[in-house]
Design a protein around this ligand. Sequence first.
Ligand code: GRF
Length: 203
Amino acid sequence: MGKTLSIGVLASGNGSNLQAIIDRIEEGVLPARISCVISNNVSAFALERARRHNITALHMDHRIHSGRESYDAALVEALREHDVQLVVLAGFMRILTPVFLDAFQHAVMNIHPALLPAFPGIHAQRQALDYGVKVAGCTTHFVDAGTDTGPIILQATVPVLPEDTEESLSTRILVEEHRIYPESVRLFAEGRLHVEGRRVVIS
Ligand code: GRF
């Protein structure tokens, strides 16, 4: 294991948050290395982004496993093989079981496109629009057994404008995601995140 933090990224789709983390690492402002990117979706653009930066890109198909636990055990094994210390979920569309979470306690991070605890689950931006909130945003958090319920690391807000569509709001939120996700990983890499019950204390 090297001196810089070893990250494993799990992604199912576009991977723009993965890209933001890659970019900060390459700029030298994020003291970490991405040891592998794993996707359950063979055509995820996140895998292509990884390859373009000479990062190990693995397709692991959940459908060949008999259940969630079996798939999660395979994920843990692959991440261990790559000496991963922090797991970063970047649009990973799978629910993780305790098999996975117990293996990486307080070492799995997620980003959610809403100001948690408001609007957990899927279509968070649409939920925010439908509810009529005036302020939206995004949240980074450690992952626990619930859906988007783990201790909050950072949040950022954006205005909701009268003419907003789900797409325009999502785009505005993504700009903030690309800022706070690498920042959250940096705080972890610097050993500055301390989980005390529900609260994440930043030193
Ligand atoms: C982001 O909106 C993130 O908040 C959510 O999934 C989306 C992933 O986007 N968890 P990308 O794949 O990083 O572009």
